[in-house]
Write a protein that binds this ligand. Structure first.
Ligand SMILES: [Ca+2]
Ligand SMILES: [Ca+2]
Ligand SMILES: [Ca+2]
Length: 578
């Protein structure tokens, strides 16, 4: 484990990095090394040209805009895109992780606070929810509070991650127990303040909203009188108005059930004509028309799935985690990862399910696309009823769907403990380099777990690259882990910094040395790919040129203990494409 240093405890002022010194030493040797390298390996140079040719050097890639979420915001909603994939097209922090800045937003949380930040369309402001039904606007990248605004009489909590629309409107709602309920609102950032200019009555809202391709804002939650549903709202000149509702469904065997919804809706691929959702007491996976709310499919799951948030792969498969019965949990037919798809007749069906034996999977998923159409699904299990919470990597191979003899297209690749269990809803995100960020639901520790495919030993595949305990960095003297819950997880900024809306009432921005940043200039780009290729060819030469750089820490991307073309390919793939 890498030792973690804390810097920037000066109340929010950015702290200069000291990485730039790396390149200064040995400059004369550097020139010599370059000359020698050029003379020696024309073959390597040819490969490098090909690799660099593959790179799209746009440092700023926004998610595809299938709904009317902001198309320029780096991170406009829960799990970043309308498919809830939690996928980050960046290299992750590898080492030297430290607090870049911290910002006080509220008193320390004693109960729950789940919200994660989203970015404004110009990526100069973060919006994040919190206690007292407060939405905070924070200047990015400076980390300075711009304004705070409250909903209703400020008795609830904004647990959800807001969504930012194409016109910059911010939508967020509160979970409230005190009438008048603080409700769901449209908020305008007018510079010096945030103004509520539209509202919809809501009592308890947890699931992060989305916006459909026709502009309907869809949020799951409980209306004061109309129960738990997905509500689709028109956002017009006069405010928010109800367009359709869907999915008020109770458990048929329980007359008292209400169908609680905590799962952020996901849009289908290919235009977002359908919404996928799931709920608690009716234990249901839904496919709902995004146009009119018509129920297009309803498939039973086996157990509690309050916040089992759907995530949709680019080939249209929908993954949902499942909980377990509280009184009599079963590892054989509960706590499963489900995958849904469309059969030859166009009917939505359950393709497969895999029992993970790790308690509740009532959190989100992160998806990473692998070669040959496979998808790796990262599942955060909160470990309810088990000894530990876990991050679990599951492979889905669509080529095995309908195979004869049957082979489950879902298979567990590895699992890594992430501290004790707690009844919370952890959500991982995954970088394109295969590093997963996830926060332990009980220990309030942020983990960077590297997916190291190269290991034959499954136990070594989910390697904790580094971890950071909130108790070690907290700006609150004496802050200690108790029974606080939340946030959902970490969010990654456009420059790779990691944002943590922590339960001590502070928002933290973490920085560090990026994986693949071979020259230590703070950016990961084509120059680093060339250097890594050179290092794969001759690591001794790299050591002479960059004596302060630990090549194995920043260059061994696949974590197999050596620098090879595999690492070069992984770095090039991290930088390539949208
Ligand atoms: Ca209230
Ligand atoms: Ca670099
Ligand atoms: Ca390697």
């Amino acid at each position: 484990m890498v030792p973690v240093r804390t810097r920037g405890t000066d109340g929010g002022a950015p702290v200069a990095q000291n990485h730039l010194t790396v390149r200064v030493k040995g400059r004369s040797r550097e020139r010599m090394a370059v000359t020698n390298a050029a003379a020696r390996s024309t073959a390597a140079r040819g490969r490098a040209v090909i690799l660099v040719g593959l790179l799209v050097l746009a440092p700023f890639v926004v998610p595809p805009a299938e709904g009317q979420v902001s198309g320029t915001s780096w991170w406009p909603k829960f799990q970043r895109d309308v498919h809830n994939r939690g996928a980050v097209p960046l290299a992750s922090l590898a080492t030297d992780v430290h607090v870049r800045w911290q910002l006080h937003l509220s008193a320390p949380i004693v109960g729950e606070n789940y919200s994660t930040p989203v970015f404004s369309p110009d990526n100069r402001t973060l919006y994040v929810g919190g206690s007292a039904s407060t939405l905070s606007a924070v200047a990015w990248p400076e980390g300075v509070l711009r304004w705070q605004t409250t909903l209703g009489d400020a008795t609830g909590v904004i647990h959800m991650s807001p969504v930012v629309g194409i016109d910059g409107a911010i939508y967020a709602g509160s979970w409230d127990a005190v009438i008048p309920y603080d409700g769901f609102a449209r908020i305008r950032d007018i510079g010096a303040s945030g103004t509520v200019d539209g509202a919809f009555a809501m009592r308890r809202a947890l699931a992060g909203p989305t916006i459909t391709s026709s502009g309907l804002v869809v949020v799951g939650g409980q209306h004061p009188t109309d129960g738990w549903r997905y509500y689709a709202l028109e956002s017009g000149a006069s405010g928010l108005s109800l367009n359709w509702t869907a999915a008020l469904l109770a458990n048929p065997s329980d007359p008292a059930s209400t169908g609680r919804i905590g799962a952020a809706p996901a849009l289908s691929v290919g235009g977002g004509t359908a919404i996928f959702g799931s709920s608690d007491q009716n234990r249901t996976f839904w496919r709902i028309s995004a146009t009119d709310g018509a129920e297009e499919a309803r498939i039973a799951m086996g157990a509690y799935c309050f916040s089992g948030t759907p995530a949709v792969s680019s080939d249209g498969y929908v993954f949902v985690g499942e909980g377990q019965d509280f009184a009599a949990p079963s590892d054989s037919n509960e706590g499963r990862l489900h995958v849904f798809g469309v059969d030859a007749q166009g009917v939505t069906v359950r393709v497969s399910a895999l029992a993970l034996g790790s308690g509740h999977l009532n959190g989100g998923l992160a998806l990473r696309e692998l070669p040959a159409g496979r998808t790796r699904v990262y599942v955060a299990a909160n470990g309810n009823g088990k000894a530990t919470a876990k991050l679990i990597a599951v492979d889905f191979d669509p080529a095995l769907v309908g195979s004869d003899p049957p082979v489950n297209p879902l298979s567990t690749r590895w699992e890594t403990p992430i501290g004790g269990s707690a009844f919370a809803y952890p959500h991982p995100v995954v970088g394109r380099d295969g590093v997963v960020y996830v926060i332990g639901p009980a220990n309030h520790t942020l983990y960077a777990v590297r997916d190291t495919d190269a290991h034959a030993d499954a136990a070594a595949r989910g390697e904790v690259l580094w971890s950071m305990r909130l108790a070690d960095i907290s700006a609150v003297a004496g802050w200690a882990v108790a029974s606080q819950r939340g946030p959902w997880g970490a969010v990654v900024g456009p420059d790779g910094r990691v944002l943590w809306n922590a339960p001590d009432g502070y928002l933290y921005a973490l920085d560090g040395w990026r994986l693949g940043d071979l020259d230590g200039d703070g950016d990961v780009d084509a120059a680093d790919v060339l250097l890594l290729e050179g290092a794969a060819d001759d690591s001794e030469e790299f050591a002479i040129r960059f004596p302060e750089v630990d090549l194995m820490v920043v260059g061994d991307l696949d974590g197999d203990g050596e620098i090879t073309v595999s690492d070069v390919e992984r770095l090039a793939a991290t930088l390539a494409g949208p």
